[in-house]
Design a protein around this ligand. Structure first.
Ligand code: HEC
Length: 148
């Protein structure tokens, strides 16, 4: 009986250890990804400042937003899957019904009058913060090409 007990504890311990190691390597790889691309890092730095000035009051510092009123950016399926629409939303504003992480929103986000470069920077910040990660960096050219 006792041997099973011990075995159980050992397995439990190994299970936990494996999980933490996996999480640590995921965080680590996201971090390395940013450091390897100095242009992205610079853009994210500028984007972080813009985020505090223009976005944080609604989407909050942790990107969680307010469920039902302001949609989240952290782990947002909309932001992850709708790249062009997300750029469009920040460039021209966003209103009407959308569903983010299975929660419906029917609100209004006014356009903030950012330049194409600023939109690119703030997009790079939100797309690579709070565990979000996008392989392709947003450039001012890409923002310019998104039309009303
Ligand atoms: C005054 C509050 C407010 C501010 C400020 C604001 N947003 Fe929003 N945002 C909203 C609302 C409300 C929606 C959803 C609109 C709708 O229901 O169609 C939204 C939607 C979005 C979406 C698409 C949905 C999602 O969550 O993925 C993105 C991306 C986004 N905002 C990014 C930003 C960025 C980047 C900034 C700063 C440059 C910003 N927002 C500033 C209120 C705001």
């Amino acid at each position: 009986m006792k041997i099973y007990h011990t075995l159980f504890l050992v397995l439990l311990f190994l299970g936990c250890k494996m999980n933490t190691e996996k999480e640590a390597s995921q965080v680590g790889s996201a971090y390395r990804n940013q450091v390897q691309n100095p242009a992205l890092k610079k853009s994210m730095e500028r984007g972080g400042l813009l985020y505090s000035d223009f976005c944080m009051q609604c989407h909050l510092a942790n990107g969680f937003g307010v469920p039902g009123s302001f949609p989240p950016l952290a782990n947002s399926d909309w932001l992850r899957d709708k790249r062009t629409e997300s750029i469009h939303a920040v460039k021209f504003g966003q209103k009407g019904k959308i569903t983010v992480n299975e929660i419906p929103y029917d609100g209004y986000m006014a356009p903030m009058g950012l330049s194409d470069e600023e939109v690119a920077d703030v997009m790079n910040y939100v797309m690579n913060s709070w565990g979000n990660s996008q392989k392709k960096m947003v450039t001012p050219q890409e923002v310019k090409a998104v039309e009303k």
